[in-house]
Ligand binder design. Structure first.
Ligand SMILES: N[C@@H](CCC(=O)N[C@@H](CS)C(=O)NCC(=O)O)C(=O)O
Length: 218
């Protein structure tokens, strides 16, 4: 089966689900056309975009007659459409382990990540239980990453791709907050294996270019 030509990715700067898809494209080495929608200007509510994504959300990916929403569905599709550099494992065991990680992250980590990042960015208190979950999960991840380059093995997989924007979003919130909880300030930097993983991923070709451009402006 031939791979579809050059997909178009619709994204909003700073959206973790859209960032995930962009990271996957870069890590897999798939050429793509990036269409940046300006949330402040309501570009994601434009009727032409709502025809692709009725919720007005990002990401959306278009490749020929394929129109896909939902970041995890897009990551799954990408691996079938572009099989080189797989992000869902090299075999059935790898696929199962990566899906398990991603689903645990969606279930356990995502609510805490969202509460923390949004609280910090909006100047609201971060619930203690969210800070506790993040500390506990960061400790687990740090322990795991002490013996492996990436969560998925020698190369980044979908679990790494899920985690990177999530932790960077919290880091963005910490940078903007006047008084972030101490536990969140060092969430990555105080954990050597997690910090090394973040640096390793950032150093991969193209990864730094996926960082949200508006974060540069403060
Ligand atoms: N479950 C969806 C979540 C997508 C989502 O929540 N996108 C948000 C940005 S993080 C969005 O597009 N918000 C724009 C809006 O609703 O106006 C996915 O994983 O793709």
């Amino acid at each position: 089966m031939m791979s579809p030509d050059c997909p178009t990715l619709y994204w909003i700067s700073g959206s973790p689900p859209a960032w995930r898809v962009m990271l996957a494209l870069v890590i897999k080495g798939v050429a793509f056309d990036a269409r940046h929608l300006y949330h402040g200007a309501g570009e994601n509510r434009d009727p032409a975009y709502l025809a692709l994504n009725p919720k007005g959300q990002v990401p959306t990916i278009v490749a020929g007659d394929i129109v896909l929403r939902e970041s995890l569905a897009i990551l799954a599709w990408l691996d079938r459409a572009f099989p080189d550099q797989p992000i869902w494992g090299n075999d059935h065991r790898g696929a199962a382990a990566i899906w398990q990680d991603v689903m645990l992250m969606e279930g356990d980590l995502r609510p805490a990540v969202t509460a923390a990042a949004q609280g910090l960015i909006r100047g609201r208190p971060v619930p203690t239980e969210s800070v506790d979950v993040l500390e506990r999960e960061a400790n687990h991840l740090d322990a795991r990453l002490a013996s492996t380059a990436f969560l998925g093995g020698e190369r980044p997989m979908a679990s790494d791709i899920w985690l990177y924007p999530a932790l960077r979003w919290i880091g963005r919130g910490v940078a903007l907050s006047a008084d972030p909880p101490k536990a969140l300030r060092g969430l990555v930097t105080a954990r050597p294996a997690l910090a090394a993983w973040d640096a390793r991923l950032t150093a991969l070709p193209g990864v730094a270019s996926t960082h949200p451009p508006h974060w540069e402006d403060k």
